[in-house]
Design a protein around this ligand. Structure first.
Ligand code: ATP
Ligand code: MG
Length: 649
């Protein structure tokens, strides 16, 4: 990591206030109210989080709110609590008993609704199934399922009995499954005969069979029948979910667990390198997920909420499942591809279930823009009242499209910055209180001590770029990297003394708003200026013919480093040399000559992680004409790399 600050060139000036109707009904209604909460948290952080935590149902009260020995935090020490109890049981004595907890839609169009009561029954039964197979408190259970109701049922059942779940995204290979099962030392793998995606069957059981040849700890599987595919069941090792559930009792005690008992481990996306097995706690994580979900998504009792993320990513853990059910709110879950059978599948689902709050990723928004606005325009989206995004910086032009075409200028957009490691949203607008600016995640959530600093941990002046850090521990922070305390220390607590370093670069504007500029590893050093990737990419995306862009630095004989831009064009636009010059000039005009790309390369697709993030480190190798080094296990589509290399010739 270098010591210089990061130069900012972005000139975004638009600002959007929430409309009066939204503010009137909002959970947090004004900037003053937001500031009051921030002040409280600043003055007495432990009191602030403690007060919020009192709303949860505890099996035993805590003795101490925080024990902080850098870099290890313990929250609500001495307390005992159960996450599944707080997501399910406590709602059963209220009118929520027969309210929909999950509304699930399968890709072929089948659907299933589970009330809180239904979900509680299934979770209890499956908790007993796990116990009957010998799974005990503290054991790790790997879950490799498609987006079907059995996935949250399995997670909540683990949480109920104190087993630690490790969800493996259903798109991963046998090798990735093997490595994750072994890393966690899982005793059991829960999988399915398949899942539906783009009209085809994604095989899962075959991959588990392959993986289990080399997983000494895991020698049992539970298999959900989803696609009725032909699979081989090995006697004594593989058990059908539905067979085991038949005789299972629906009474299963919610085990009182220590606040710090690990709830799950989960791997990061692998955008910057080899994925890290992040560990999250029980009480602190639950509190973070619950309270952020309520304030950021402005949840009310009658909302139908839909987050399109796969549960295999942290967004799905916190905001399809735990944070939403802890609030007693209805969560929509969809199995398949967003564009199957037609590019309007997402909007069809929004219309069908009258979704009120919708949360997705910039990559999905850019893909939908590429397909054309005629698809959303075919549907009545008037139920929507709030939109959200997460995962990457959102380019202002994509933000504006989301705002106009989907939100009809009526719905606030919450651009939420957070990480697998943070467990919950960290920097975000509270939609009734904070005016938004396209491309900015705005302000820290109350109680979150985010700052932009230099190499020595000193705050940089407003307007300058630097390193995005957290200065104080927060309840839902990671508790470590599974089995690798050295990596935990080195990755997050070594670069900047005494602080949690996020790996991202950011700047704060004159209003104190945070603008995430991209990964520090991706910063491009041009003629003494260090430029973040997001600003140059946003300038490119602001050209009407550009759908998506990624920029990287490349060794240049004269300048030291040149800027290479990989550009995907909007559908139906032919690439050409003339357009290259137009785009270079466009960037120079939008943000300045310093950021003018030296080279533009048109690409049909960009290399992305399976969670949809651009992997610039791979593009860097291509731009430099080198072999790909580093981890590619989370790459979504290997043919993209081969094609990019061909396009070079
Ligand atoms: P790895 O850590 O393995 O490289 P990853 O960082 O992509 O993978 P995640 O935890 O899924 O894994 O992603 C967190 C990162 O995503 C953040 O550090 C940030 O770079 C980016 N990010 C998430 N939300 C936003 C947002 N709203 N604005 C800008 N960047 C975001
Ligand atoms: Mg990361």
């Amino acid at each position: 990591m270098e010591s210089e600050s990061i130069t900012s060139v972005l000139k975004e000036k638009r600002i959007f206030k929430p409309n009066k109707g939204f503010v009137r009904e909002a959970v947090i209604k004004s900037r003053a109210e937001y500031q009051r909460l921030c002040k409280q948290a600043e003055k007495d952080p432990e009191g602030f989080w403690g007060n919020l935590a009192r709303e949860l149902v505890w099996a035993k009260p805590w003795k101490k709110i925080l024990e902080w020995k850098l870099p290890y935090a313990k929250w609500f020490v001495g307390g005992k609590i159960n996450v599944s109890y707080n997501c399910l049981d406590r709602h059963l004595a209220t009118f929520r008993k027969n309210k929909a907890a999950l509304i699930w839609e399968g890709e072929p169009g089948d659907s299933r609704t589970l009330t809180f009561q239904d979900l509680h029954r299934e979770v209890c039964k499956f908790g007993n199934v796990l116990k009957n197979l010998g799974v005990a408190k503290g054991d790790r259970v790997a879950i490799y399922l498609p987006m079907i109701p059995e996935l949250p049922i399995a997670m909540l059942a683990c949480a109920r009995i104190g087993a630690i779940h490790s969800v493996i995204f259903g798109g991963f290979s046998a090798l990735a499954v093997r490595d994750r099962v072994n890393d966690a030392g899982a005793v059991l793998v829960i999988t399915a005969d398949g899942g539906f995606r783009k009209g085809a069957v994604v095989t899962l059981k075959e991959k588990v069979d392959e993986a289990l040849k080399e997983t000494p700890s895991a020698q049992k599987t539970i298999v959900v029948k989803r696609t009725k595919s032909d699979i081989v069941m090995q006697k004594g090792r593989d058990f059908w979910w539905h067979d085991l559930m038949v005789g299972a009792s629906d009474k299963c005690n919610a085990e009182p667990l220590d606040s710090e008992h690990p709830l799950f481990t989960l791997y990061t996306s692998g955008t910057t390198g080899k994925p890290k097995g992040v560990v999250h706690s029980t009480a602190g994580y639950l509190l973070g997920a619950m309270i952020t979900a309520r304030w950021v998504f402005d949840l009310s009792e009658i909302d139908t909420y839909w987050c399109t993320a796969d549960i295999g990513w942290v967004t799905g853990h916190s905001y399809v499942l735990y944070g939403i059910l802890a609030n007693g709110v209805t969560s929509v879950m969809y199995e398949g591809a967003p564009t199957y059978p037609a590019p309007d599948r997402i909007w069809e689902i929004v219309e069908k279930y009258k979704v009120n709050v919708f949360y997705t990723a910039p990559t999905a928004i850019r893909a939908l823009i590429k397909l054309g606005k005629e698809w959303p325009l075919r549907h009545d989206l008037s139920s929507l009242r709030l939109l959200g995004t997460v995962g990457e910086p959102i380019n202002p032009e994509a933000w504006i499209w989301y705002h106009e075409v989907i939100g009809k200028k009526r719905c606030p957009i919450v651009d939420t910055w957070w990480q697998t490691e943070t467990g919950a949203i960290m920097i975000t607008p509270l939609p009734g209180a904070i005016p938004t600016k396209p491309g900015s995640a705005t302000l820290p959530f109350p109680g979150i001590s985010a700052d932009v600093v230099d190499r020595n941990g000193k705050s940089v002046p407003l307007g300058s770029g630097g390193y995005l850090v957290m200065k104080k521990p927060w309840p839902s922070m990671l508790r470590g990297v599974w089995g690798d305390s050295e990596r935990y220390q080195k990755q997050y607590w070594s670069d900047i003394p005494g602080m949690y370093f996020t790996g991202d670069g950011a700047r704060r504007d004159k209003d104190g708003y945070f603008w995430v500029m991209g990964r520090v590893d991706d910063v491009i050093n041009v003629a003494g200026h260090r430029l973040g990737t997001m600003e140059i990419e946003s300038a490119l995306v602001s050209h009407p013919l550009v759908a998506e862009a990624a920029v990287v630095g490349c060794p240049d004989e004269i300048k030291g480093t040149g800027i290479v831009a990989f550009v995907t064009l909007a559908l139906g636009n032919p690439p050409g040399d003339k357009l290259k010059d137009v785009l270079k000039a466009h960037v120079a005009k939008e943000i300045g000559q310093i950021a003018r790309p030296d080279e533009i390369r048109f690409a049909e697709n960009l290399p992305k992680t399976r969670s949809g993030k651009i992997m610039r480190r791979l593009l860097r190798d291509i731009a430099a004409g080198q072999e790909t080094v580093g981890d590619t296990t989370t790459l979504e589509d290997y043919t993209v790399l081969a094609k990019l290399r061909q396009e070079e010739d």
